[in-house]
Design a binder for this molecule. Structure first.
Ligand code: AGP
Length: 613
């Protein structure tokens, strides 16, 4: 998730931009840049120094000429192109007059860039965003005003954007537009602002407005006007903001965990964007393995830790079901010391939100030493895992601040299922129309996660009623089992209560001895083809006095007879259910932890990334 900011009509443009970018640091970034624009002159500075970029930019801007009343700024969270200065925003057009900043993903950037290059445009970066600068340049060359040029350009674009453009030949104007990626406008007397998030302009603007999808806004010192993509005037919705800065950084939520749970639909959508070429071929972000090698894969081994391990376990079912290749899922810290057997044709998949978990890094190194090819699934572009893998699929969940992983998990499942579909395509184990249908279904999951989020209040109420409980079992079958493991981990790490995830079919092999009044059994029952078996497991534990909480689909009419509490979710394709079913489990763990007065963003004893053994 990049951060963007812009201002027109300011008497301290540079300070406004730099302070605003600093306020967006919590969005995570690996580079930053600004452009100052006045009649006939565009001045730009860009720095790629990781989390020091904004600080380094401040130093660089000491060389900036004075007297600019307008400018734009950007913090980049790389999705396309390495986190280097050449890829940092703002990007310029060929004339150097037009500067753009962008948050989102231009899905059809490759074909647009090919067309623009065939018409003589020279590109300087490896990003998807730069196409916007050259598209606007072409429209401006036809004599269109900047707002019309941006509108015409965006009609050619597929994907997500919060974009802002300036042109030294139409200075003191910023034109901005939004689709999926957030964008707000702020006003104060004689000055107009834009930003991806309220914190960036909270202490400067006095009124705030939300920009909706496919709306374009022209900002001038006197204020703004807005149109839709067809060019018809629209009114922006004014926001009522009485937040302090800390609340604003959490998007109005009480803590980052709550914000990140609510960002899950966006995390899935962003992870799935730009994954297919026009001919339907599924692509990875970085590919240093040939299709032939992938086609010849004989066995897959997934190595990961914690929540990422649970995502890997979901992937096992999907890869075996769709790509018909055997999958083992290993705990990274075990794999690396087990003298693992790596036969020819072994593909190892390393899954890590941070891309820096030492056990997972060492595990893939061990695998490579033994001849395996490695695919990395990470949330951080350029992370150790990404750099040391032969191919990479990035989750695009944006910065995950809370120690407890939530949006990264659903994004990992989505990315791993994309990988499974790619293997199925190459091995021709699924007909193209099935791959199409599954990919379309995957794209529908974000909406279903959104619907699961709407039931938050009921889940919190159930948690409140169970606050005194001390012992929890989370049970499930098939992909409901890794979902249960993830639910148990969330409860453990957030509330410090003892919880175990177990295959439901294993209860009678021991754990049933622990079931007695007061023990809470949370059951994931949404896998319809094992539903009957789950119901008999619930009967088993109910008969021994357990309190039963069931995650069940909206249309399940049998569950009420067996469950004390039901957490409803929309039904979906079985292999997609972990992304939806995990939502009430996350909220349940969050609510229990809040009820116990825990620090949900910073649980005791834990770190966000375990870079030591
Ligand atoms: C999950 O909520 C925990 N924060 C932890 O288990 C985490 O998933 C694990 O440390 C792996 O981290 P990674 O994904 O960055 O490798």
């Amino acid at each position: 998730m990049c951060g963007i900011i812009g201002v027109v009509g300011s008497s301290d443009t540079l300070a406004t931009l730099l302070e605003g970018l600093a306020r967006l640091e919590y969005r995570g970034y690996d580079s930053a840049g600004i452009a100052l624009v006045r009649p006939g002159e565009t001045w730009r500075a860009r720095i790629a120094s990781g989390t020091e970029s904004v600080q380094a930019l401040k130093v660089e801007c000491e060389l900036a000429p004075s007297g600019f009343a307008s400018g734009i700024g950007h913090t980049r969270w790389a999705t396309h192109g390495a986190p280097e200065a050449i890829n940092a925003h703002p990007h310029l057009d060929c004339s150097g007059n037009i500067a753009i900043i962008h948050n989102g993903i231009i899905e059809n950037h490759t074909e647009l860039q090919e067309q623009l290059e065939s018409r003589g445009h020279l590109f300087n970066s490896l990003t998807d965003s730069e196409v916007l600068a050259h598209l606007i340049e072409e429209s401006r060359a036809k004599g269109l005003e900047l707002m019309e040029a941006v509108r015409e350009s965006l009609l050619l674009v597929r994907g997500a954007f919060a974009v802002a453009a300036m042109d030294a030949t139409e200075a003191d104007v910023i034109v901005a537009a939004r689709r999926i990626s957030p964008l707000i406008v702020g006003t104060a007397p004689g000055v107009t602002y834009l930003a991806s998030d309220i914190p960036a302009i909270l202490d400067r603007a006095t009124a705030f407005y939300a920009v909706n999808d496919d709306e374009i806004v022209r900002l001038g010192p006197e204020g703004f006007r807005a149109i839709d993509l067809e060019g018809s005037p629209v009114r922006l919705h004014q926001l009522s903001i009485d937040w302090d800065l800390e609340t604003a950084e959490k998007g109005g939520h009480e803590d980052f965990m709550s914000k990140e749970i609510n960002e899950q639909p966006e995390a899935i959508r962003a992870t799935l964007l730009d994954r297919r070429r026009k001919d339907g071929t599924i692509t990875f972000d970085e590919m240093r393995i040939s299709d032939e090698e992938l086609r010849e894969v004989k066995r897959v081994v997934i190595v990961a830790a914690g929540t990422s391990h649970h995502a890997g376990q979901v992937a096992k079912y999907a890869i075996e079901r769709w790509a018909k290749v055997g999958v083992d899922v290993d705990i990274s810290s075990e794999y690396r010391y087990r003298d693992p057997i790596v036969e020819v044709g072994t593909l190892v998949i390393g899954v890590s939100q941070s891309g820096e978990t030492i056990d997972t890094i060492q595990a893939i190194r061990e695998a490579k030493r033994r001849g395996a090819r490695v695919v990395g699934v990470s949330n951080i572009v350029g992370s150790s895992l990404a750099r040391e893998s032969d191919a990479v699929i990035y989750t695009r969940a944006g910065l995950e601040v809370s120690v407890a992983s939530t949006k990264a998990f659903v994004a990992q499942v989505a990315a791993l299922e994309v990988l499974a579909l790619r293997l199925a395509q190459l091995r021709e184990t699924l007909p193209p129309h099935d791959v199409d249908a599954l990919f379309k279904g995957l794209n529908h999951v974000a909406k279903q996660v959104g619907r699961a989020l709407e039931r938050r209040a009921h889940v919190e109420d159930v948690a409140k009623q169970l606050l005194g409980s001390r012992d929890f079992f989370f049970i499930g079958r098939h992909v409901g089992f890794p979902t249960s493991l993830e639910g148990a981990l969330k409860l453990k790490e957030l509330s410090y209560l003892h919880a175990e995830g177990y295959p439901a079919g294993e209860l009678k092999h021991g754990p049933l001895a622990l079931i007695e009044p007061g023990v809470v059994v949370v059951a994931v029952t949404t896998d319809l083809f094992l539903h009957e078996k789950m119901l008999s497991n619930l009967a088993e534990v109910k008969a021994r006095g357990a309190t039963v909480v069931a995650v069940a689909t909206d249309d399940d009419e049998t569950i009420d007879a067996l469950a004390d509490y039901v957490l409803r979710v929309p039904a979906t394709e079985p292999l997609f259910t972990p992304m939806v079913d995990v939502v009430p489990l996350q909220i349940f763990a969050y609510a229990m932890a809040k009820g116990l007065g825990r620090n949900v963003d910073r649980p005791r004893n834990l770190a966000k990334t375990v870079t030591v053994e």
